[in-house]
Design a protein around this ligand. Structure first.
Ligand code: AMP
Length: 121
């Protein structure tokens, strides 16, 4: 499936430098920053710099370089945030049923406490 990317979304604005962010790490192809409304002691958002709408858009259409960079950045965040010993959760909301608010693919990386059941709704 192909997706129409809306470059007025807030993460596109962050990538253009139009609004600030609390950067955790940045690479050639990826950016990680702290969620403005954290749901856990650690709540990092990891995004590709490329214009991908959802996780399946990224999986189907990102280049080998973007994909490798993204997962290497993911691993570095788990390490730098100290999440591996206690464990963590990764969420990617997609589309209407996933209640995705920002239509630029992102992983929520959550940890720092026990996170409870995976679904409540
Ligand atoms: P989702 O529902 O998966 O699209 O989640 C979007 C996330 O982006 C929410 O957790 C918001 O708190 C977060 N968010 C929205 N605007 C910003 C911002 N300017 N900086 C950091 N996080 C943001």
């Amino acid at each position: 499936m192909s997706y129409a990317y809306d470059d007025t979304n807030i993460f596109a604005m962050i990538l253009r430098g139009d609004i600030p962010n609390a950067t955790v790490t940045e690479t050639d192809h990826s950016l990680a920053f702290r969620d403005i409304n954290p749901q856990a002691p650690v709540h990092v958002l990891l995004i590709p710099k490329g214009a991908y709408v959802t996780i399946d858009d990224f999986a189907a259409n990102a280049s080998v370089e973007e994909t490798a960079d993204f997962w290497a950045t993911f691993a570095s965040i788990i390490e730098s945030e100290g999440l591996a010993p206690g464990g963590f959760r990764v969420i990617s909301n997609a589309g209407e049923h996933g209640l995705q608010e920002v239509p630029h693919f992102h992983l929520h990386i959550l940890g720092g406490r026990s996170l409870g059941p995976i679904l409540t709704g």
